[in-house]
Design a binder for this molecule. Structure first.
Ligand code: ADP
Length: 494
């Protein structure tokens, strides 16, 4: 699990981050839309209820102004017919001078109305069963009172919401009493939008209160899931592209660091050998053939034949010298570059990065321990090649032990004024009789091995003023130690 996290951690974080940001934005967008819709509905409700209240004021004002002349209380009086036009007006009372109101509270309301010169509320009962109030307007000579049914005063035909199913709760509130216009849905969880405004009528000072509770389930989950899946697809495609690109780069680097150099060396070696050996071999052939002919004569010319054989021996010696020279030139290539300051850890990490797919394929766990960072004076390409060869050898050796026991450890330190790199593996190690020979050119125990890697590494290390040693690792495996001069130690003394 930690390995998975390490490998996919960054991608996971990107995915989680983008998913979270997208989901929050989508949720906010949805909430903003719901809020807009809620506020529109609440404003419409407020306007419709206000219109009704204003209508009541207008009816009362008309009655007080026109003072219809029919006898009060008679069934067909003008004011009693109002109910057929305005169903919310349950009844109209008229108090002529000298008369009395039927019911309590109306007289006080009339007095208040006379003082304020506007209609006044009386006998307010907002309970669900009754839900009614009276509106009194003092007039001259007669005063009037309307009995208003609140249920019927809601203009349902123009109402913008489905009353029974809408999640919006709408109430009319006054003096601690509440009339529920629309029940809506109330819940504790989620988000709450509220709307609070006085009715646009001074005589009926109700508050229109609208509440919309948005539940978690109302968030756009499908869209959010789609977004999360989309981001996952995007991140996967991006990381596939990235790993493809890095695999390509890695392959190019591998070619540069490893095979090309090795093949070039081999190619040069072969071409040089062919060129240099061709001439002495031809001379040996010619001389030995001449000597054979001379010896086959009836009277063999021994001195001349001897001379030809001497020539052949000399040419054979030359051929041997050519080989020795070629070997020397391979072992100490004259192409070495001047040294530069190179960070040992960086080279190790680069090489490890290049070989990471190999490590993964072989389930090798690789560790770099930096006791003390070392900047060495080295030829970068040569150093890269040494490290690469040592790591490749270690990986090949680790094939021989079971998975789970394959450990590759690199240690970097500064010891006695030199930069030291140790490459240790938990492989089968190097047999005692093999150990002294591992740096010999063309010595190999591997099937298909060339036996040039370590010899080349040693040559390169020596060429840079350093050393390469091999020994047994404890408790098991092989340990290669590369020692190189530190870059600072080459600085001129003040
Ligand atoms: P090659 O890898 O082609 O055999 P090298 O010069 O790289 O040539 O290695 C020479 C020999 O050294 C190998 O054949 C192997 O026997 C031995 N050797 C090198 N590295 C290791 C190692 N890490 N563990 C065990 N043996 C090793």
């Amino acid at each position: 699990m930690p390995l998975l996290l390490q490998r996919y951690g960054a991608r996971l974080m990107v995915w989680l981050g983008l998913s979270a940001i997208g989901c929050v934005l989508l949720a906010r967008l949805e909430l903003a839309q719901l809020r807009d819709a809620f506020e529109t509905d609440a404003r419409i409700s407020h306007r419709l209820l206000s219109q009704r209240a204003v209508q009541h004021d207008a009816v009362l004002a008309t009655l007080a102004l026109l003072q219809p002349n029919s006898p009060s209380g008679s069934a067909d009086s003008a004011e009693q017919r109002l109910s057929s036009v305005y169903p919310q007006i349950l009844g109209v009372q008229r108090r002529d001078p000298g008369g009395a109101w039927v019911g309590t509270g109306l007289e006080a309301a009339e007095q208040a109305s006379r003082q304020n010169r506007e209609a006044v509320l009386a006998n307010l009962d907002l309970s669900a069963e009754r839900a009614r109030y009276q509106l009194v307007l003092a007039g001259q000579p007669a005063s009037f009172a309307l009995l208003i049914d609140m249920h019927a005063s809601v203009p349902w035909s123009d109402w913008s919401m489905p009353v029974q199913t809408s999640p919006v709760r709408v109430t009319l509130e006054h003096a601690g009493q509440t009339f529920v216009v629309q029940p809506g849905r109330m819940d504790e969880a989620g988000w709450r939008f509220t709307f609070h405004k006085h009715l646009a009528s001074a005589s009926q000072p109700f508050d229109v209160v609208a509440i919309r509770q948005v539940l978690w389930v109302e968030l756009p989950w499908a869209l959010m899931a789609l977004w999360v899946a989309g981001v996952a697809g995007g991140v996967a495609a991006w990381s596939a592209w990235q790993s493809q690109r890095s695999a390509r780069r890695r392959a190019e680097e591998l070619l540069r660091v490893g095979q090309v150099a090795r093949l070039n060396t081999l190619g040069e070696l072969a071409a040089g050998m062919a060129h240099e050996l061709n001439q002495p071999l031809t001379a040996i052939l010619a001389n030995t053939q001449a000597a054979k002919r001379l010896l086959q004569d009836e009277s063999p010319e021994l001195p001349t034949a001897l001379k030809a054989m001497d020539q052949a021996v000399a040419q054979a010696r030359r051929a041997a010298e050519v080989l020795a020279r070629l070997r020397r030139s391979v072992e100490q290539p004259g192409t070495s570059q001047p040294g530069e300051s190179v960070d040992l850890e960086r080279v190790v990490r680069n090489a490890l990065h290049l070989l990471e797919p190999e490590c993964r394929r072989r389930t090798v766990s690789a560790t770099v321990r930096v006791e003390q960072g070392a900047t060495v004076l080295a030829e970068r390409v040569a150093l890269e090649q040494i490290v690469h060869n040592l790591l490749t050898n270690a990986l090949q050796a680790l094939d021989a032990v079971p998975e789970g026991e394959r450990q590759l450890t690199m240690g970097i330190s500064v010891e006695q004024g030199t930069g030291v790199l140790r490459v240790a593996d938990s492989g089968p190690g190097i047999a005692a009789d093999v150990l002294p020979r591992v740096f010999e050119p063309f010595f190999t125990t591997r099937e298909g091995g060339l036996g040039l890697g370590l010899s080349l590494c040693e040559t390169l290390a020596t060429g840079m003023g350093g050393q390469l040693r091999a020994q047994a690792n404890t408790p098991r495996g092989a340990l290669f130690t590369l020692v190189l001069p530190l870059a600072d130690s080459m600085a001129p003394a003040p």
